[in-house]
Design a protein around this ligand. Structure first.
Ligand code: HEC
Ligand code: HEC
Length: 279
């Protein structure tokens, strides 16, 4: 009896029981957190997974910086193979590299402040397990001092216990998937107007696809998703199909979100529906 009780307790305390840390990390990196979108090179066929995570093709050229997604494979010279696990975990929630420099805020570390300690362990375990790829990426250029931002719902580490609640889990997923990074417009003095326009959309993304503008994903009935069904929202996120059926453009990583578990997708959509309406 005692042993059975012990097992039941262990299962209850581990929300993703049966999943190893590396499997959990793979799910986060390859699906929910879409790291490949910025860190894997692109060829004519899309992402070049033979060189997965060895540095992104896209250059982020902003007034404050010009950077591209780093090589985050365990290659010792051109990747992060010489970082200790504790340094990587600290970096993911602070944006500070082991050498003390701060990464450009396009790397969504401000959103990652919510990561549970188990998910940080999982990310470190998985990133340590991927094949090292030798690939030199351009050195970052920082033009002015980088100002850290604090996105909506970020700033405090979540716990596994909290994430058993559906809406809390949806809020967590929305945050680590950095949805509001793209779906929040610029503010008068900040890169994002999280204070008054969170989820309102209106950012323009220029690329080989032309221009795409992030829509309003708040619960507003006309400007936002208020009248969409859950299934329509899921189809937009995982298949890149708009409510009227037209194909949505990049850079939203629809294919990566498509491998989210049904339970996580339900939780994410339930929380998206609660985003305070913005006109
Ligand atoms: C929106 C794009 C984007 C996403 C998504 C993203 N990153 Fe990054 N990341 C960047 C960019 C750009 C840099 C380099 C910025 C600079 O050099 O200042 C970077 C830097 C890093 C670095 C620092 C390496 C170094 O020495 O420069 C690590 C580690 C890292 N990212 C890991 C991850 C992981 C793990 C994920 C997914 C959980 C992820 N990133 C998701 C854009 C992104
Ligand atoms: C890298 C930027 C980026 C990220 C991250 C991102 N999106 Fe998007 N999203 C866009 C863009 C741009 C469009 C519009 C594309 C178009 O119009 O062709 C879009 C479209 C959508 C749509 C369709 C809305 C409509 O009115 O057609 C929904 C719903 C949506 N995103 C929700 C989300 C959710 C939820 C997340 C997080 C899981 C997310 N997005 C993450 C950029 C992003």
């Amino acid at each position: 009896m005692r042993i059975v009780f012990g097992v039941a307790l262990a299962l209850a305390m581990s929300p993703a029981s049966g999943e190893t840390l590396v499997e959990r990390g793979a799910y986060l990196v390859n699906s929910v957190m879409v790291c490949h979108n910025c860190h894997t090179p692109r060829g004519p066929q899309g992402l070049d997974l033979s060189r997965a995570l060895s540095g992104g093709s896209q250059i982020f050229d902003a007034p404050a910086f010009k950077v591209s997604g780093s090589n985050i494979t365990p290659d010792k010279d051109t990747g992060i193979g010489s970082w200790r696990e504790a340094e990587l975990k600290r970096f993911l929630v602070s944006g500070i590299r082991p050498n003390g420099t701060r990464v450009a805020p396009i790397m969504p570390t401000a959103f990652y402040t919510v990561l549970t300690s188990r998910d940080l362990d999982a990310l470190a375990a998985y990133l340590g397990s991927v094949p090292p790829v030798r690939h030199e990426t351009p050195a970052p250029e920082y033009k002015t001092a980088l100002k850290p931002e604090m996105p909506t719902y970020a700033g405090q580490q979540a716990t596994d216990a909290e994430l058993t609640d559906k809406l809390a889990r949806g809020r967590y997923l929305l945050t680590i998937a950095h949805c509001l990074e793209c779906h929040t417009p610029e503010g008068p003095s900040a890169v994002h107007d999280f204070a008054s326009a969170s989820g309102k959309g209106g950012r323009t993304f220029r690329g080989p696809w032309g221009d795409s503008v992030s829509p309003n994903i708040t619960a507003d009935p006309t400007a936002g998703l208020g009248h969409w069904s859950d299934d329509e929202i899921k189809r937009a996120i995982t298949q890149g199909i708009a409510r009227d059926g037209h194909k949505l453009k990049p850079p939203m990583a629809y294919a990566a979100y498509a491998s989210m578990t049904a339970q996580d997708l339900d939780a994410l959509v339930a929380f998206v529906r609660t985003l305070p309406p913005k006109k």
